[in-house]
Design a protein around this ligand. Sequence first.
Ligand SMILES: Nc1ncnc2c1ncn2[C@@H]1O[C@H](COP(=O)(O)OP(=O)(O)O)[C@@H](O)[C@H]1O
Ligand SMILES: [Mg+2]
Length: 154
Amino acid sequence: MKRIRCNSPDETLDLGRRLGVAAFPGAVMALEGDLGAGKTLLARGIGLGLGIPGQVSSPTFLLMMVHDGGRLPLVHADMYRIGSCGDLEQVGLHEFLEGTAVVVVEWADRFSEWLPSDVLWVRMDFVAGCPRSRDITLEASGDVHRVLESCGDG
Ligand SMILES: Nc1ncnc2c1ncn2[C@@H]1O[C@H](COP(=O)(O)OP(=O)(O)O)[C@@H](O)[C@H]1O
Ligand SMILES: [Mg+2]
């Protein structure tokens, strides 16, 4: 487990970039945190680290976006508006899990039972009194994703 404080949007973007550089085929990053915590910004950084052309933005209304053209494909999903496991099946995210893509899921805690057992949990917390700071906790739930925790070393 690794905790890192990011004191600006750029620091969060850079943490995402490091995660994207370190990401491996089949990596799953499960993002957790309230609205505005910075999940989409972190996903954008992951896209930068993977060399995805163009900007990764919020998939809230599309639920899932596949970004090609980088070192590995990036699948960016958002569970915010997904109401049931049936909806989840329709989105088709399961087709990408355990493949060669890097999968980043916002609001992953809404359907955590549905994720593979070995993922990187990224919890993003607001910091009281510091509107531009976030406490970000990286915690692998299995051995495969442990290597990504070191991205929090700066
Ligand atoms: N340290 C920080 N890390 C991430 N975002 C920050 C930070 N400080 C301020 N912000 C702002 O918070 C907002 C985060 O938005 P977004 O990434 O869309 O959040 P989410 O996807 O979690 O709802 C952005 O407007 C960003 O500029
Ligand atoms: Mg978002």
